[in-house]
Design a protein around this ligand. Structure first.
Ligand code: UDP
Ligand code: MG
Length: 138
């Protein structure tokens, strides 16, 4: 198990001023921020980041949503980081997410669900590398 994962505080969260609350929650749960930056994704970037979903019916809407406003991307550290973050995030659909999860508290719909989290160590590594050089991680 790797101790790194990757998150995006998504446009709905940034719009509503929830970035600080979400980062506070992550830190309170024992995640350390190795690197963080505010970025606005372009179409090509969002399409590449979500390439695994390109055949899915929601792909066009997902790219529009993820490019609709700025996001914060962050590399996080904790032991068993990937499953620990997935558990803290909750289910993709906030309506189905457990009480106390970030998506339950801050998500509004299956699309506008507040936060991204890597789903495997391999994807965490490539998603971190998509946005950060190793020297930016402290
Ligand atoms: N998504 C959506 N409709 C769906 C499934 C997913 O709009 O039916 C969006 C949602 O923002 C989700 C992202 O696409 O977070 C990636 O989907 P995935 O299945 O990887 O969910 P996640 O890993 O984020 O829980
Ligand atoms: Mg996913």
């Amino acid at each position: 198990m790797s101790n790194r994962t990757f998150t995006i505080v998504k446009p709905d969260s940034v719009e509503k001023g929830n970035f600080g609350k979400i980062i506070t929650r992550l830190e309170a749960e024992g995640f350390r921020v190795l690197g963080v930056k505010k970025v606005s994704l372009g179409d090509r970037q969002a399409q590449a980041f979500y390439a695994v979903h390109r055949e899915r019916p929601f792909f066009g809407d997902l790219v529009r949503y993820m490019t609709s406003g700025p996001v914060y991307v962050a590399a996080l550290e904790k032991s068993n980081a990937v499953p620990e973050l997935r558990k803290l995030m909750g289910a993709t659909d906030p309506a189905k997410a457990e009480a106390g999860t970030i998506r339950k508290e801050f998500g509004e719909s299956i699309e506008r669900n507040a936060i991204h989290g890597s789903d495997s160590d391999e994807n965490a590594k490539s998603e971190i590398a998509f946005f950060f050089a190793e020297y930016e991680l402290n």
